[in-house]
Design a protein around this ligand. Structure first.
Ligand SMILES: [Zn+2]
Length: 121
């Protein structure tokens, strides 16, 4: 376990962990609140202002880096908040096309039509 006070780097790393979606974040334990806690210099606090605090974290938490998919989700969430649905949908289409072309290249051959042939034994 690590306990506050936490320096700026640790606070940033813990908040990155909390929003990355790679692992389950810490939630507010106040009944009916369930907000994702925010790290501060003095420990985790509930961003809804309900007063819940948590003065510890696991030692490994600041070292978790979000995976690529989690970073994409984070980016799309930000887009949604700043630019709205239209922009998000355009972005999802772009990601889908990118993924499609990546998979297509990975196969390196055109997908054959019809049933696959049986292999000789
Ligand atoms: Zn709360």
């Amino acid at each position: 376990m690590i306990y506050p006070p936490w320096d700026e780097q640790t606070v940033n790393d813990l908040n990155s962990y909390q929003t990355a979606g790679s692992f389950a974040p810490f939630f507010c334990q106040t009944k009916g609140c369930k907000s994702i806690l925010r790290a501060t210099e003095r420990g985790f606090v509930c961003p809804e202002g309900c007063g819940y605090t948590q003065p510890w974290a696991h030692e490994w938490m600041p070292y978790v880096r979000p995976c690529k998919e989690a970073r994409e989700v984070q980016r799309i969430n930000e887009l949604l908040l700043t630019e709205g649905y239209g922009r998000v949908i355009a972005e999802l289409h772009r990601l889908y096309r990118e993924q499609y072309h990546r998979n297509y290249r990975a196969q390196d051959v055109k997908p054959k039509r019809g049933r696959p042939r049986k292999r000789k034994k």
